[in-house]
Design a protein around this ligand. Structure first.
Ligand code: TXA
Ligand code: MG
Length: 339
């Protein structure tokens, strides 16, 4: 059966036993299943099946040099996939897994080549969402999965978001409700003597350093090779015009909003509670109060924005560090340049 043909019916199902056995059949036959995690929804294929993994890239329109993360259930023995696991990684796994932390290790070469896109490493993730664990246990195979959106679009945090991007392209979306984390997992290079954050997320550099003793952060300099290939692409972009202002520039953002409105543009302000109370814009995409709130709401508000507005005028929160590092990374990529 061709599970990635163009006129497929896409079903959204709650994760009951029928759904999980359908998911297992699809995966075993080389098809794709979208599933919830605590961060964003993933688009999964059997990580041992080269053709299935290649079809992920086709369905998403994803560049072939951007490697995929391999998802496993809590009881899976990852030494089947990777080797050279340092002690600090074992400690981190004990403290933060299952959870929103992806660890990159040296590959054993057992997963399909297309997973790693030519790198000699593999990123491993053990998601904590109970329905992700249920799906991974039902399938019993490591699942290669990127976020379940069309490449460069905003990552999906509900089954409906996945449907709006991938309807007709995949057979099944497992509906586990709204993701509570909201931004993608922290990607951590565990191939060196000290761990190094390649993509920031909810498990922060500070939280990693607390357990591992130290933690680096990869910030590419001009001309330097990017170590997490996905980070070089424009990402997370809503299909409308965007502008990004710093917290200090919030009054300039409000002036811009009024100017756009006066010119007939359906502009919305996207900001946190502190800013919303101070500026009180009529058309608001509300991000919430704490860093965790903002992470959880960001993609949902960006997708709401592209539905209700022609222009999102985003104002960055004032805080820095911790979860805000990941939030700012996503916000800058989503709204950083006016299209
Ligand atoms: O929370 C998440 O991580 C979600 C859910 C579905 O698990 N997945 C996700 O996958 O965000 P994706 O494909 O959208 O992003 C994976 C990121 C990319 O930036 C990629 O370059 C990086 O992880 N990555 C994957 N394997 C890598 C490797 N071996 N070395 C360095 N970076 C890697
Ligand atoms: Mg993605």
């Amino acid at each position: 059966m061709n599970f990635t043909g163009s006129k497929m019916i896409t079903e959204i199902k709650k994760p009951d036993s029928d759904c999980l056995s359908a998911a297992r059949n699809i995966i075993e036959q080389g098809g794709l299943v979208a599933f919830p995690t605590e961060t964003v929804y993933g688009l999964g294929a059997n990580a041992f099946d080269e053709e299935a993994v290649l079809s992920i890239f086709r369905v998403k329109g994803r560049p072939q040099d951007n490697p995929l993360i391999v998802h496993v259930h809590e009881g899976y023995d990852i030494s089947r996939i990777v080797t050279d696991i340092p002690d600090y990684a074992k400690k981190l796994a004990q403290k933060y897994l299952p959870g929103p932390l992806t660890m990159v290790f040296k590959s054993r070469g057992t997963v399909a080549d297309a997973v790693s896109c030519g790198l000699d490493t593999v990123g491993i993730r053990v998601p904590s969402h109970p329905d992700a664990q249920r799906f991974l246990r039902a399938v019993g195979l490591p699942i290669a999965a990127p976020s379940a959106n069309i490449s460069k679009h905003v990552s999906p945090v509900t089954a409906e978001h996945v449907f709006s991007d991938l309807n007709g392209k995949i057979p099944l979306i497992i509906d586990g409700g709204k993701c509570t984390g909201g931004i993608e997992s922290t990607v951590l290079d565990c191939t060196g003597t000290v761990p190094c954050v390649l993509r920031s997320g909810l498990v922060t550099r500070e939280m990693i350093a607390e357990i591992a003793g130290d933690c680096g952060e990869f910030v590419p300099k001009a001309g330097e090779k990017v170590r997490s290939p996905g980070m070089k692409y424009k990402h997370y972009s809503p299909n409308c015009d965007t502008m990004l202002f710093s917290f200090e520039e919030r009054y300039a953002a409000m002036d811009e909003y009024k100017r756009q409105r006066a010119a007939g543009v359906n502009a919305y302000i996207m900001c946190n509670g502190e800013c919303a109370r101070e500026l009180n814009p009529e058309h608001l995409l509300f991000l919430g109060e704490s860093g965790e709130d903002i992470a959880a709401n960001l993609y949902d508000r960006l997708r709401e924005g592209e539905r209700v507005a022609n222009m999102i005028i985003a104002i960055a929160p004032g805080e820095r560090g911790g979860v805000m590092t990941g939030v700012m990374n996503r916000l800058t990529k989503a709204c950083g340049s006016k299209k």
